[in-house]
Design a protein. Structure first.
Length: 297
């Protein structure tokens, strides 16, 4: 299996009460999560950018991916994340990178393409349309920070996304959390937003709900079906990167098995395990720790 991941690499400054830490962020969490799923014959290709100054932060994961689409730039994005016990985190960027370079030749070698809008500027609408035009396989799209606008101080604030119907026409599987979902439509009720988005051609919509788990919506026999799984019960030590873990694990398992329930269960398990980590390097233990949890059931 060959997977292409698209998204910005970001340096995270995480402020959690009195604790401040600098960690690899952005697409890093998607990469390590895919690595936790791979069999020897599988390959992950990464379309991202990195700089010399911060390369060491990402090295442990990026050394294990195919680098055909990975480019060096003068400086990558940096973001300050203020994490609260309740509600959405506050995000302030010190630099927002430009759209990634995306070459759309020979895409048919990929079994799936995951686009994670880490900064919200990872790809332009025209780039996504070109990707869709040149690729017939599954495109997984995580709304992520695309749901937040930018003020004059580079604070990221939720706002309605313009022309999202055009983005939706290029997407097979959409991931969004509850706050992000409200930025995709003028509707204010989950079921109505989902109905609208599915009518645009999206095949699955995944709404992640933090400690309440996640729900997958899809059409079947002209009606909307949904499958919900509660979150894994763990002692939460971390809230950063867990949605990225969820998306990578879900997409890999769905491509492999075409089973929504199985993919959802695996994604919930790995995302739950990720919330117990306090260091970025711990994410390299995802597979082992998830298997340990399963063996104790």
């Amino acid at each position: 299996m060959n997977i292409l991941i698209i998204g910005h690499s970001v340096v995270d400054k995480i402020i959690d009460k009195d604790d401040i830490s600098i960690k690899p962020g952005g697409i890093f969490y998607t990469v390590v999560s895919f690595l936790s799923q791979l069999q020897p014959e599988d390959k992950v290709y990464l379309c991202s950018s990195i700089d010399k100054e911060n390369e060491i932060l990402f090295k442990v994961a990026y050394d294990r991916v195919e680098k055909e689409f990975l480019v060096y730039v003068e400086s990558i994005s940096k973001v300050e994340l203020v994490v609260d016990d309740v509600g959405e985190r506050k995000e302030t960027y010190s630099l927002i990178a430009q759209n990634l370079d995306l070459h759309t030749g020979n895409l048919d070698r990929f079994d799936g393409i995951l686009v994670n809008m880490i900064s919200g500027y990872d790809l332009s609408l025209n780039q996504l349309k070109l990707l869709r035009k040149n690729y017939d396989g599954l495109i997984y799209f995580d709304v992520h920070t695309m749901s937040r606008g930018v003020d004059k101080n580079l604070n990221r604030i939720f706002r309605k996304i313009g022309n999202f119907d055009e983005w939706a026409e290029c997407i097979d599987i959409l991931q969004t959390n509850e706050s992000e979902l409200l930025t995709l439509s003028d509707q204010k009720v989950e079921d109505r937003i989902v109905d609208e988005l599915l009518s645009l051609g999206i095949k699955q919509i995944i709404v992640t709900k933090a400690e309440r788990g996640a729900t997958v919506f899809f059409r079947e026999d002209e009606s909307i079906k949904k499958i919900h799984k509660d979150a894994v019960q763990v002692k939460v030590a971390n809230k950063v990167g867990c949605g990225d873990v969820f998306g990578a694990v879900y997409f890999f398992n769905y491509i492999k098995n075409k089973d929504v329930l199985l993919a959802l269960e695996q994604a919930n398990l790995f995302a739950g395990v990720a919330t117990t980590y306090s260091e970025a390097k711990d994410f390299l233990n995802l597979k082992r720790n998830a298997n340990e949890r399963l063996s104790k059931k």
